[in-house]
Design a protein around this ligand. Structure first.
Ligand code: AMP
Ligand code: MG
Length: 360
């Protein structure tokens, strides 16, 4: 029997208001009631929308894996209202995790720490560590506090697809598989959190994200390592689900050619309809291509944070246009672009696999 589409309830907390509106409180209470009976609620965060269930309820968490079509080997990030809730889920609370919680939470960074007994196996994919984050969205923290329980929440999309940065993206991807969508507006950061393994010394970044290595080093007061190169290679075992190659991919095949102007010329000549994300829309060689009916040019910001904030929403929008190919300018070889580069590499290699599979 098909389930109905979920309600989408708008939640807001105007900047100068001491409390959210009564309508928002009601929406949060609906969310709490659903979470208490083991249901699934999509929640806004500053990174991407999450698909939340009570992290201590095994059955509820199983529902997340079913709704997403997510392999059981892929552990979930648990969202907490504050550091005290995080510590209740940790077997140990390493100094690096304490420093990050004190200086960077609430914020877009997830710490991996030894787990404590109440955390069900299904959350950690049977592993001995748990990933914890306190999100910066004040209404999501309020929801967690009202529920009085941590929320397991991976991105609110079908497995391997693009992460959602608006309530509408969630509806499109998960529609009648979930119980409620809380619409807190577009996500400000727009890409998934930085994940840092605090069980090793020095702590190691497992997934680059909105907070740079420099910010993390400042917070922990010492060095922070990049992911081992091996963990980046295709097909290596997942230390972290975000490390899987086929992740973050739009439906339209995506590439980041070294010379986009030349490549797009070739694609258009072959009758391929192309969407192009470029930070150089004003260059004369780019304007030369702009007249082609086969080409949609999307000007992008040349600041990495602003680029990240817009990336998924732009890819979602281009996916709707039924193009044959998405081309993205290769990002600069600069640490500040590392998270964007990571997402684009994964999106492109997913597309590469899909292209060779359909060719072969
Ligand atoms: P997503 O499915 O998009 O929400 O991403 C989930 C993220 O959770 C992955 O990228 C991992 O980095 C992280 N994660 C969750 N649990 C663990 C864990 N126990 N160890 C390492 N990474 C984890
Ligand atoms: Mg995801």
């Amino acid at each position: 029997m098909a389930r109905p589409l979920p309600d989408i309830l708008r939640i807001e907390w105007p900047a100068n208001a001491p409390e959210p509106s009564p309508r928002t409180e009601e929406a949060l209470d609906r969310g709490v009631a659903i979470l208490r009976r083991g249901g699934l609620v999509a929640i806004p965060t500053e990174t991407v929308y999450g698909l939340a269930a009570d992290a201590l309820d095994e059955e509820a968490v199983a529902g997340i894996f079913r709704a997403k079509g997510r392999p059981a080997s892929n552990p979930l990030i648990v969202h907490v209202a504050d550091e005290a809730m995080a510590r209740s889920l940790a077997g140990e609370w390493p100094a690096a995790a304490a420093a990050i919680a004190a200086r960077l939470w609430p914020g877009p960074v997830t710490v991996v720490v030894p787990r404590s007994a109440p955390v069900p196996d299904i959350v950690t994919a049977g592993g001995s560590t748990v990933a914890l984050r306190c999100p910066a969205h004040p209404l999501t923290r309020r929801l967690i506090a009202k529920a009085g329980t941590p929320l397991a929440a991976p991105s609110a999309n079908r497995s391997e697809g693009l992460s959602p940065t608006t309530a509408h993206h969630v509806l499109e991807s998960l529609g009648n598989r979930i119980d409620l969508i809380l619409d807190g507006g577009p996500c400000l950061r727009g890409i998934e959190s930085t994940v840092i393994d605090c069980t090793v010394s020095p702590p190691r970044i497992l997934r680059p994200g909105p907070l740079s290595r420099g910010r993390l080093e400042e917070a922990v007061g010492g060095p922070v390592a990049w992911p081992a190169d091996a963990a980046h290679a295709a097909g290596s075992p997942a230390r972290s689900p975000g490390q899987q190659v086929r992740h973050y991919a739009p439906k339209t095949s995506l590439e980041t050619p070294a010379d986009p102007v030349c490549r797009i010329g070739q694609l258009i000549a072959a009758g391929t309809r192309v969407g192009w994300l470029t930070t150089r829309a004003d260059d004369s060689d780019v304007r030369g291509l702009a007249a082609s009916r086969e080409l949609v040019i999307v000007p992008m910001p040349d600041d990495p944070e602003a680029f990240a904030a817009r990336l998924y929403a732009t890819l979602h929008a281009l996916d709707q246009r039924g193009l044959d190919r998405i081309v993205v300018d290769p990002p600069p070889e600069d640490e500040a672009w590392r998270a964007v580069k990571d997402r684009l590499t994964r999106a492109a290699s997913g597309a590469q696999e899909a292209r060779s599979a359909s060719d072969g």
